[in-house]
Design a protein around this ligand. Structure first.
Ligand code: BGC
Length: 743
């Protein structure tokens, strides 16, 4: 195996040496240039500036260029008409599926099911590659503590360990289990390196400033895990890191990424970020381009800065040919690994497109994955599951819409093909129950509508008083009310920062009116982020967070609402009680004057708010099911271990309810005293287990130095002797613990 890998590497090196020896400077700079495809038709393409560049060999990659026919035409120009025939990388933001849309990544993470995430990414790769794409800008593993930041939707939540494992699973799905880049695989791109999610006050494209300790321990581990999984490319972030734009930050792009973590793929900037160093107040023009390349950036996304400035920088000596060659080699290696030099067209076969996209198999998989992502937050009096009989009032602006269910960053969606929740429910129930629908309210108030936040996914707009009357009438005549409320797709995602994460007033008024009818109400909360549901949690009997679950949302919801499947998802972000608590996350450092979560009485001179109960509304890792589980005590295989030793921690888990189900068992650690103060809890293991009703299983976690170590400000692991709490439970709050002494 080793022999053949190194032989492959020798072949690749020889091939690239040979190719590079024949390349002109313009052709080399071309490989470092990524441009947007624009909205040209196949016919227009022939005379477009893009085609001209491809023909001149002055283009390395394109993005946002869709359709197997069109891509094939452009690839043919690059391969057949350019001097050296170097094929193009074709990139797209395939973030959560393609035409078969999967739940947003934040929701996928709530499944805590790495196999599902891997299978979802493999599905996305199959569909996108059949439509000509060979490079996807995913996974995003920016650990996010800040729900005002709309891009929290695109990542895997607030925990570095979980985010890393989810990201690595996605890479396996995209690139192949062993990064073999087979026929149905694409190259993945880890983003946004680094710290993009820690932007101040949750405002996009804003400032980030944090200690190296926090970087290494809370923000870097997820990127590192994905690098170790063999991701082929890495995208730098828009923000500064230690005062220097990530794209021009040599410490970040080379010292950490390549020298400490041994990344051997290529790096790309985020959209035009070389030019954005100017408004950041860092540098202009040629200086930005030089600093980016010198720092370890290989490809320029859409700034045309390498194209414009590399030549003059070589002339004035601020760059050397070796700087350029290093980057060119990495881009060519990526193309080689993808097999593009052998078969530049294997990604653009229109016959394959039809066979592979939005197939019944893909839809079934997406439906199953979606059902795992819903998080049941509350279920008083077992309102859920619903009976498949009687009359159901289905209310809300999202109940009969197709295009918003998929969520943000759905670049391959075809909403006309998808069913709405209303349609899915009517089909699911047939004649056994009646579904009465009313929109009930607009998605938000008129004033927000004027700010035009819909971005091409509008919802019907009606008269508020009239819609409210219709909804109340429908509720009065029903046995149960299902309210589909929350965000619309584009209220999360890029550039969708919000200051208020409570339900918009118009929606809350509707909810109050529905509750006033006295009928049991189920709130399905659509959200691309953790929202504030404090009022709802004390007034609405059943609440399920359904995020944005993709093209198969309607069917997946029916599976869970009517009890064919049980809810199994658990939160990957802490849900706050109020906006003023933000940022709030479970793995924080203790206060010197801590107050226990849940404390309602204000304590002067302690770490709490005058006007808010301490701690979250729902903790990280929380989620209910239609069945219940009982956890036994944590049992350690030994009460102590040496630093290089190994023990196990086990619990028994019993399904005490009357349904079979899947339970996510979570293990956290806490180092009681450390010369570098550590978080109150750190997730270090989890298992998703299936338990038949009445059954008991023993779940065992291995514990060794890797589980217990922390990193210092240089990124070096350290582990000190002392007592560690080993905590296991159904969420980060309700844990049982045992103490392990490390000698
Ligand atoms: C986003 C990236 C995305 C890129 C290309 C940028 O605005 O920050 O996440 O991959 O555009 O579309």
């Amino acid at each position: 195996m080793t022999v053949s890998l190194s032989a492959q590497k020798t072949d690749m090196n020889q091939f690239i040496d040979n190719l590079m020896s024949r390349m002109t400077l313009d052709e080399k700079i071309g490989q470092l240039t990524l441009l947007p495809g624009g909205d040209v038709t196949t016919g227009q393409l022939m005379n477009s500036p893009l085609a001209e560049r491809a023909q001149q060999g002055r283009l390395g990659a394109v993005l946002n260029f869709k359709g197997a026919d069109k891509i094939k035409a452009l690839q043919q120009i690059a391969v057949k008409k350019s001097r050296l025939g170097i094929p193009l990388l074709i990139g797209l933001d395939v973030i959560h599926g393609y035409e078969t849309v999967l739940p947003i990544p934040l929701a996928q993470a709530c499944s805590w099911d790495t196999a599902a995430v891997e299978a979802g990414a493999a599905l996305a790769a199959r569909e996108a590659s059949a439509d000509g794409i060979n490079w996807v800008y995913s996974p995003m593993v920016d650990v996010a503590h800040e729900p005002r930041w709309g891009r929290i939707a695109e990542g895997y939540g607030e925990d570095p360990f979980l985010s890393g494992l989810m990201g690595a699973a996605a890479v396996r799905g995209y690139q192949g289990r062993h990064n073999e880049y087979g026929k149905d695989h694409v190259m993945a791109c880890l983003k946004h390196y680094a710290l993009y999610s820690a932007t101040e006050a949750g405002k996009d494209y804003s400032c980030v400033d944090m200690s190296r300790l926090r970087m290494y321990n809370q923000y870097f581990p997820s990127y590192k895990t994905v690098v170790e999984a063999g991701v082929g490319s890495v995208m730098s972030s828009f923000n500064i890191v230690d005062g220097i734009p990530a794209t021009a930050n040599k410490w970040l792009m080379t010292d950490v990424l390549r020298n400490q973590w041994h990344f051997d793929g290529f790096t790309v900037t985020d959209y035009a970020s070389i030019n954005e160093m100017t408004p950041l107040g860092y540098s202009k023009g040629a200086t930005s381009a030089v600093r980016a390349l010198k720092a370890g950036t290989d490809m320029d996304m859409c700034a045309l800065a390498f194209d414009r400035y590399i030549k003059s920088a070589l002339d004035d000596g601020s760059l050397t040919m070796a700087d350029v060659d290093k980057a060119v080699r990495r881009v060519l290696e990526a193309k080689y690994k993808l097999g593009l030099f052998d078969d530049p067209y294997h990604y653009c076969n229109p016959k394959q497109t039809e066979k592979s996209i939005y197939t019944p198999t893909n839809r079934k998989l997406a439906r199953d994955i979606a059902a795992e992502t819903f998080v049941l937050l509350k279920n008083d009096n077992n309102v859920l599951p619903l009976k498949k009989q009687g009359t159901i009032a289905l209310i809300g602006p999202l109940a009969d819409d197709r295009s918003n269910l998929v969520g943000c960053w759905s670049t391959g969606d075809k909403p006309a093909k998808y069913t709405t929740i209303k349609e899915a429910m009517q089909k699911y129930l047939g004649s056994s129950a009646k579904v009465v629908y009313a929109q009930g309210c607009n998605i938000y108030s008129d004033s927000l509508r004027q700010r035009a936040v819909e971005f091409g996914r509008p919802l019907p707009w009606g008269d508020t008083a009239k819609m409210l009357r219709e909804a109340v009438d429908a509720a009065k005549g029903a046995d149960v009310v299902v309210a589909c409320l929350g965000e619309m797709a584009e209220m999360s995602g890029e550039s969708s920062t919000r200051t208020d994460l409570t339900l918009p007033d118009v929606q809350k008024n509707l909810l109050k009116a529905l509750l006033n009818t006295g009928k049991p109400v189920v709130l399905l909360n659509f959200a691309g982020r953790p929202t504030v549901l404090t009022w709802e949690s004390s007034h609405v009997p059943a609440i399920m967070n359904v995020w944005f679950a993709g093209s198969e949302t309607g069917d997946a919801l029916c599976d869970v609402l009517f009890g064919d499947k049980v809810p199994t998802g658990k939160l990957v972000n802490t849900m706050p009680r109020s906006m003023g608590q933000l940022p709030i996350f479970y793995n924080h450092i203790s206060s010197s004057r801590p107050v226990a979560d849940g404390n309602k009485v204000f304590r002067k001179y302690q770490s709490n708010y005058i006007d808010e109960t301490t701690g979250p509304l729902y903790p990280f890792g929380y989620g209910l099911s239609y069945t219940t589980y009982k956890y036994g005590d944590v049992v350690l295989s030994a009460p102590s271990m040496t630093k290089d030793g190994k023990i196990t921690a086990s619990v028994t888990v019993t399904n005490t309810g009357d349904r079979d189900g899947d339970e996510i068992v979570e293990m956290y650690i806490h180092d009681r005293f450390s010369s570098i103060v550590r978080p109150v809890k750190e997730l270090k293991g989890f298992r998703r287990i299936h338990l038949a009703k009445g059954a008991t299983a023993t779940v065992t976690f291995d514990i060794d130095a890797t589980t217990l170590s922390y990193l210092d400000a240089e990124g070096r692991p350290f582990l000190e002797p002392g007592d560690f709490e080993i905590m296991i439970g159904p969420n980060s709050r309700d844990v049982k613990k045992a103490v392990l002494n490390v000698k």
